[in-house]
Design a protein around this ligand. Sequence first.
Ligand code: CS2
Length: 467
Amino acid sequence: MDYDRSTLRPRMMHIGFGAFARAHVMVFHDELLRRQNSDWGVVAVRLHSGAEDLTNLDRTGGLYTVGEMSGGDVSLREVGAVVETIHPLRDGMEALLDRVADPELSLITLTITEKGYCIANGHLDVDHADISRDLRAPASPGTAIGVIAEGLRRRRAAGHGPLTILSCDNLPSNGNLCRTAIAEYAERLDRSVAAWILSDCRFPSSMVDRITPAMTDDAQQTLTEALGRPDPNGILCEPFRQWVIEDRFAGERPDWDLAGAEFVADVAPYEEMKLRLLNGTHSFLAYLGALAGFQTIADCMKEPVLVQAARNLMLSEQAPTLDLPEGVDAIKYADTLIERFSNTALHHKTTQIASDGSQKLPQRLLAPIRQHLKAGRDWPLSAFAVAGWLLYCRGTSEQGGTLPVNDPLSGTIAQIAQGADGADFVREMLSLEAIFGDDLPRTPAFSDAVQSAYDQLRSDGVLTALS
Ligand code: CS2
């Protein structure tokens, strides 16, 4: 280890210590610790699955390996930032809430996925089963939102200072959404706590980027060979990493700029660019690629029709909806994405990216489509993406293989798919307000375009339809 870990204190907590966090947030943090004497140690938290992973991490004293993969090369880094792990099912909820309230803590970073914020129509979804359960028993919350709100309540009651909560999930204005969710939740616990959260705590937005597929047995094997021993918490990812953070913290912050992060006044242009060009195209490839029988994104990139379509989606349909950050060239950005997607060392499954479509479609594809509709522009590839999601939701690939539909709305989706086919299926799916709002289903230019793309996918198959 290149730095003295004995000086690290539990000053930062990361909730959602899964694959992405280990490969992204923690790598930036580790790099900072290599470059600066610092006491910013990390408390690694998971709320649901993963207790065993954290116990394994304790066994190695918090150390784990990140392998950056490109071609046949694996470049290894040992990350030493973790000083403590907490899992409420293993350690008890009090241990976690006490840590949030601890005066030494100043920052919570979050990777809890899109659905973790429990937002509907821009507000906390108080009808969400997990949120309503937490509100009935706020001292033993199950959601990250409930944990943070209750921890902040205790923190304030103990007279300790505010926290910064930094969202690192793929949502536009993720900081504001996080602030809304936590403050609206706290409002129901205690109005004065909500007021304190709004006035004193800070919720910077951030754009995060690093392609990090879920670990598989094969990936574990590759890592074991490169490392010379197994590492149950090890993770493989691409070499590229980017983190753009709104510079708005409640107190001191780690100098992640020393590790390559960018602190800026306004993250929105970076977030939109990445969500639409990278994630939007990822979803496009995930649904259409999986339907056409491709297992991974790199496999999709071996099919010229998909490469051309992905590039056209980025440059002809997504880029025109963006105010790109200064100095960014859309063509170069798109070419770099195609190159990153083509990394054959990463086995990034199309079905993994296809998960949680109901949570991803709105910001990745529907927001730009709304702009096209307003401007009277065509959006044929975006229509194929939405139609691809619809067809994917029926659960069968063109070869007859099973496609897993992992989604918070999977029950509703399965019901619609069982009850209807063809135009009725499309109409019923498009009337899911949580995804499409109440505007898109009432816009014939929208439903007609999606319907006709859907028909074309069904009659011609993905590759013919796209070419
Ligand atoms: C992907 C992202 O799974 C998905 O939905 O689009 O996880 C993507 O790999 C990351 O955002 C890349 O930074």
